[in-house]
Design a protein around this ligand. Sequence first.
Ligand code: URA
Length: 207
Amino acid sequence: MVNDVVVRDIAFQIDSENDVISYEGKKIGYKEYVYILMNKPKGALSAASDKSRETVVDLVPEHLRRPDIAPVGRLDKDTTGLLLITDDGVFAHDVISPKKDVSKSYIVTLDGEVNDDMIQKFKDGVVLVDGTVCKPATLEKLSQNKARIIITEGKYHQVKRMFGTVGLGVNELYRESIGGLILPENLKSGECIEMTKEALESSIFNK
Ligand code: URA
């Protein structure tokens, strides 16, 4: 019901500021957009839809699903960790745009060891095999074959290609944070939680 009147016209336009929407006696809040934080599992495609393969949107619970939701940037099929999904295109653009300098932090498991030269090379800005120049990145060695890399852009297969330039292969890739937004520890692989735009913005952009 809109303002206590049953509405059957699918094209009916509500006034989101003033109308009161209810269903079976319960008030329903109107949300312009939905913001979902997912712990992406291995194997799910970062796409809104695919003919045969399972996408991250397929994993979104029914009550959060909307026609236009899509992942904010792409993680490779075998990459795990923090992924945002929304139907707010402006917000998504702000998170992805290299101009906004939002950091993305990944934990990588490598087939070799990080050394000081690589750390310096990443800091200076890696030049990929095709000549693409990457923005300066922070590389930190965590153990013999694990490292943390922080980048502020999201070129295609960027992390894997960056390590490729120093002769290292990436065996596993996990995104732990976007800006100050950290994947909650208790969120299991494949699970989602809904967040507000305000909470996301304050942790991602420190607004
Ligand atoms: N860089 C990659 O190579 N893959 C990802 O999934 C994310 C960043």
